[in-house]
Design a protein. Structure first.
Length: 238
């Protein structure tokens, strides 16, 4: 995988840095985050910032599938506060908070990966309250296959301008894309976090199968400056 050796070097060296300098109070580190944030992580968030700003003129909410600890979710909600403070857009989050579960033969091996990316739902709710984002964030707790269809059935008018997909696995990714396709506004975007990723092949397979059905509706676009997210599908018609 590209950048694997440099990433491993960075992770080792930052662990050694932490040992040399010792534990620090949480908020003193967070408030000085440019000192500690890795370039790869910074590039990821700059890319998400750019994509979200591109989506602002498109009607509809934002959805994130696969929230883990909620970092990207709250980042996007905070960006809406900055760039569209009086708008109606919300961020809808879909996650079971129990980690990876629904493996298929198109995915990475379940052994060693089951339960990875287990989130902390209670902590996330506390952070939503801490930053006063209860009106900006809607969390749908449970497997995507169990929560998405009932939501769309209840909320017939619900539409989206941006759908961020970070589910890692084939079945939930394909399910989310097929269900969200009719609700994605023209000009809206699917954002793929791990498309064409060696460790999580199921996401790439799901995208290929989705595009075989609906590819005429979308224009694929590379995302510069970051390895994740790494694919945009922009809805141009349909």
């Amino acid at each position: 995988m590209k950048f694997q050796s440099s990433s491993e070097k960075y992770l080792t060296e930052r662990a050694e840095f932490s040992k040399r300098h010792g534990a620090r109070e949480l908020w003193s580190v967070i408030d000085q985050w440019p000192l500690y944030c890795g370039i790869g992580n910074l590039g990821r968030h700059v890319a998400i910032l750019d994509i979200l700003r591109r989506s602002l003129p498109v009607p509809g909410h934002i959805a994130e599938f696969g929230s883990w600890r909620g970092s990207t979710l709250l980042f996007m909600a905070k960006l809406l506060r900055l760039f569209d403070p009086h708008g109606s857009k919300q961020v809808h989050a879909f996650d079971s908070f129990t980690g990876l579960e629904t493996f298929s033969d198109k995915d990475c091996p379940a052994e060693g990966n089951r339960g990875a990316y287990r989130g902390d739902y209670a902590e996330l709710l506390e952070l939503v309250e801490l930053y006063g984002l209860a009106d900006d964030v809607v969390i749908h707790k449970g497997l995507v296959a169990e929560t998405l269809a009932p939501l769309l059935e209840r909320e017939q008018a619900l539409s989206f301008s941006m759908v961020y997909l970070d589910l890692d696995l084939y079945e939930p990714t394909l399910h989310a894309m097929l269900r969200m396709h009719p609700r994605l506004s023209q000009g809206g975007m699917f954002v793929l976090d791990e498309w064409n990723h060696e460790s999580y092949p199921g996401e790439g397979v799901a995208v290929r199968e989705f595009m075989e059905r609906h590819g005429d509706c979308y224009r694929p676009e590379h995302i510069p400056g970051t390895s994740q997210p790494n694919l945009l599908l922009i809805k141009e018609r349909c």
